[in-house]
Design a protein around this ligand. Structure first.
Ligand SMILES: Nc1ncnc2c1ncn2[C@@H]1O[C@H](COP(=O)(O)OP(=O)(O)OP(=O)(O)O)[C@@H](O)[C@H]1O
Ligand SMILES: [Mg+2]
Length: 257
């Protein structure tokens, strides 16, 4: 089994705040992993470290079989740029380039960063746009799109670099409820196609249970419970997981009222 990502005994602090402590996580290639947990538990930090947007203090992080972080050692900038191509990330707030058309948002990085020819990059960008159901909006500007459409473009843009690992940080939580479904649908298609390793931080428990091979519940910068969705979401063993799920479900009930 080859690993796409491995965190080994990782410690990370921001000033006085310990954000990750003795954090261990192995993600096999091709796995769809959901990460759940309360606000402040360190979920985004895990993704940001994997994306090389953030370093660590102790321990080691490996991405696609290569060392990304080891203690406070920082790889040379060239090395970091190369390693960053192994992962793509989509954030809660779709930060599309506002002055570029939808299509250019998608082909720009493959041309500028990966050195792919403009024509080929555009062809691929159009393919990706149809995959996310937006073939007819290629020439639109980002501010002409709905939130759900922008987020689907952001997913296509990350996929355009063909990273083996994709990281999704609460990509539906800034959306109006009626747009959540279309974005989850794109993620579901992506998961169904297989091949790509996906880490999804999400508050959508039902969705996580449906598409994830495995669910990790984090609290206080550690993995508290780790197992198949049927366990971690369906029948959690750890009291802290149970308390978290109960509070999430109560939240859902309140919103439904
Ligand atoms: N750049 C930063 N500087 C200082 N503290 C930070 C920084 N980034 C995160 N933190 C702190 O680290 C802890 C973990 O943050 P993180 O964003 O990883 O949590 P999270 O699980 O993603 O939470 P949420 O569900 O609210 O997104 C929090 O206490 C947060 O305040
Ligand atoms: Mg977060």
């Amino acid at each position: 089994m080859s690993l796409a990502l491995a965190f080994r005994d990782v410690g990370k602090r921001f000033g006085e705040t310990r954000v990750l402590e003795a954090f261990d996580l192995e993600v096999p290639s091709g796995e769809k992993l959901a990460i759940i947990g309360p606000s402040g538990s360190g979920k985004s930090t895990v993704l940001r470290i994997a994306m090389a947007l953030e370093g660590i203090d102790t321990g080691r992080v490996e991405l696609m079989g290569e060392t990304l972080w080891e203690g406070t050692r920082r790889p040379p900038e060239r090395e970091l740029r190369r390693l960053r191509l192994q992962a793509g990330m989509v954030f809660q707030h779709f930060n599309l380039f506002p002055h570029m058309s939808v299509l250019e948002n998608i082909w720009r990085a493959p041309v500028d960063v990966a050195g792919i020819g403009r024509e080929e990059a555009e062809t691929r960008a159009r393919e990706l746009l149809s995959r996310v159901g937006l073939a007819e909006r290629a020439e639109a500007m980002p501010d002409q799109l709905s939130g759900g459409q922008k987020q689907r473009v952001a997913i296509a843009r990350a996929l355009a670099m063909r990273p083996p690992v994709m990281l999704f940080d609460e990509v539906t939580s800034a959306l109006d409820p009626e747009m959540v479904g279309e974005v989850l649908g794109v993620l579901r298609d992506l998961a169904d196609q297989g091949g790509i390793t996906m880490l999804l931080v999400t508050h959508e428990m039902q969705f996580a249970a449906e598409i994830a091979d495995r669910v990790v519940f984090m609290d206080g910068g550690r993995v508290v419970e780790d197992g198949p969705p049927s366990q971690v979401i369906g029948a959690p063993v750890e009291p802290r997981t149970r308390a978290f799920l109960a509070s999430v479900l109560r939240g859902a009930d309140v919103r439904a009222d």
